[in-house]
Design a protein around this ligand. Structure first.
Ligand SMILES: [Zn+2]
Length: 516
């Protein structure tokens, strides 16, 4: 980004640029988000940094007013194949606690010095500074928005011990953690094991569009979309709980309430929720590219801010995609509900959330005879589950998407369509694109996936967003329409039925309960 753009965004307090750069003020030695309401400084007193870590590394302290820790994340500007983006994902999942930069570089298959150079070029700070800033930011969030004892905040944000945590907070904020908590003057503390976070995005954000996609696909007993709120059961490392997500448009945020007994996993859970709802997307860049295609332009302008709905659990999403092959979305959701009830762990959490989605270990040997599931589909699910149990396929810490997808397609019954769909929604590849999809072909009046591939070249690297727009428009509500994947050589049959699945935007009901 050039200085002129940064300057204009700063003076306009433009929320679309929130998280894309930070403003440091030489006179106060403090850095802010572009949306900060503090008095605007003279341009000559201002420096711009690409990340909070870069501003911190240059000796600036975070503003207590605009709270840089609340800004939307670094845009996924080059997709997950980019080394820096992959490294950031690993840091989000592990906090760089187990082994430091050397181990991180090794996992990425490059040298530590090269990784350092890449970080400096793209983020303006070395990996350990980025990790340290993320830890501090998360600690600040926990101090501000929870009533967790400080010792638990220290552990949950990866500091290991309270002494290190206190020292780090004091150094950066010139206040003790307790003094910072007093500043927020929280009125109502939430109940035990409940945490409320506000996760910011860069506007616009099409929440209704997000729900319109998620609602018909909600797995009964595991997910519920009702009253404009998304809820689901979650499990991680032997713990289970649930989360509720609702919009907070005024603050350009989603409100996320996590019901969870182990504060140590909150860092991971929040990173996962940010990814699930695609909060780091850089809408301005996406819209600019997609608007070059006249067919997309109309839709982008009519419904700005559409995101790619990702998932809580990649294995669950892949199973759901297999169940959906060649049947309606409603049929697939009902099947997924029966699968969860037959094989998932039963839990008593909240109204309607009765099960945890079954694990690969359980499904690897599952007998689907009672499920009215085509035998080949059952075999594909077992094949996928076995590959996960054997370690052939891992949905965690995916480092190389191409290799991952190759292995996924080796499972009998998983073809290119399912693989690209999984890449879109489980890997978060912004450029993934199921070009064999009948709904996409039909939306543009094209006859072959080759034609679609050619046309979609201009949408790179945002083809997943183009797919979302085209599905949503296909009848003001088209949907993924699978070609027959187990007959791989067969060409898409354009005279076949493309099923109407998504409700039209106008039809998205206010109340949508998918749990009966
Ligand atoms: Zn500020």
């Amino acid at each position: 980004m050039d200085l002129g753009t940064c300057s204009r965004a700063r003076l306009a307090r433009d929320a679309r640029f929130d998280g894309k750069f930070f403003i440091a003020v030489l006179t106060t030695k403090i850095y802010c988000r572009p949306v900060c309401r503090s008095r605007t400084s003279k341009e000559s007193n201002v420096r711009y940094y690409p990340t909070a870590a870069a501003a911190a590394a240059a000796g600036f302290r975070p503003c207590l007013r605009c709270r840089p820790e609340c800004s939307p994340g670094t845009p996924a500007w080059l997709g997950t194949q980019n080394t820096v983006a992959r490294a950031l994902r690993l840091i989000d999942e592990s906090g760089l606690e187990d082994g430091g930069v050397e181990v991180l570089a090794e996992r990425l298959g490059i040298g530590a010095r090269h990784l350092r150079r890449l970080f400096l070029r793209h983020l303006g700070a070395p990996p350990n500074a980025v990790a340290q800033t993320r830890r501090l930011q998360f600690a600040k969030k926990l101090i501000d928005s929870t009533s967790l004892p400080m010792i638990q905040v220290a552990v949950a944000s990866g500091f290991g011990c309270v002494r290190r945590f206190n020292a780090a907070i004091r150094k950066v904020y010139r206040r003790s953690p307790t003094q910072i908590r007093q500043l927020t003057r929280q009125k109502a503390m939430s109940a035990e094991n409940q945490y409320l976070f506000r996760l910011n995005y860069r506007p616009p954000y099409d929440w209704q569009g997000m729900l319109a996609f998620l609602a018909p696909r909600a797995t009964p007993g595991v997910e519920i979309v009702a009253d404009g709120i998304y809820r689901r059961s979650i499990s991680w490392k032997e713990h289970h709980g649930y989360l509720e997500v609702s919009p907070d448009e005024k603050n350009h945020a989603l409100a996320v309430r996590v019901h969870w007994s182990d504060p140590q996993s909150l860092f991971f859970i929040i990173a996962r929720v940010r990814s699930m709802f695609d909060l780091d997307a850089d809408w301005t860049a996406i819209a600019e590219t997609l608007k070059c295609d006249p067919a997309l332009r109309r839709q982008v302008e009519a419904n700005p801010g559409m995101r790619v709905p990702r998932c809580w659990n990649g294995f669950e999403l892949a199973v759901r995609a297999i169940l959906g092959q060649q049947i309606t979305v409603a049929g697939a959701s009902a099947l997924a509900g029966r699968l969860a009830q037959s094989f998932g762990r039963r839990i008593e959490l909240a109204d309607g959330l009765t099960h945890i989605f079954p694990s690969p270990e359980v499904l690897a040997g599952a007998d689907f005879a009672d499920m009215r599931l085509p035998a080949s589909r059952g075999e594909t699910i077992r094949g996928l589950a076995r590959a996960v149990c054997d370690g052939q396929i891992s949905f965690e810490r995916i480092l190389d998407s191409d290799r991952f997808l190759e292995r996924l397609e080796q499972v009998r019954g998983i073809g290119k369509w399912t693989a690209q769909y999984v890449a879109m929604r489980a890997l978060g590849e912004p450029d993934a694109f199921p070009s064999a999809d009948l709904g996409l072909l039909r939306a543009l009046g094209l006859r072959s996936s080759r034609e679609l591939d050619q046309r979609s070249e201009a949408w790179r690297p945002w083809r997943a967003y183009a797919a979302m727009y085209l599905w949503s428009a296909a009848h003001n509500g088209g949907d993924p329409a699978h070609p027959r994947e187990h007959e791989r050589t067969r060409r898409p049959n354009l005279s076949g039925p493309v099923r109407p699945i998504l409700p039209s935007r106008a039809d998205v009901p206010r109340r949508m309960t998918i749990n009966n």
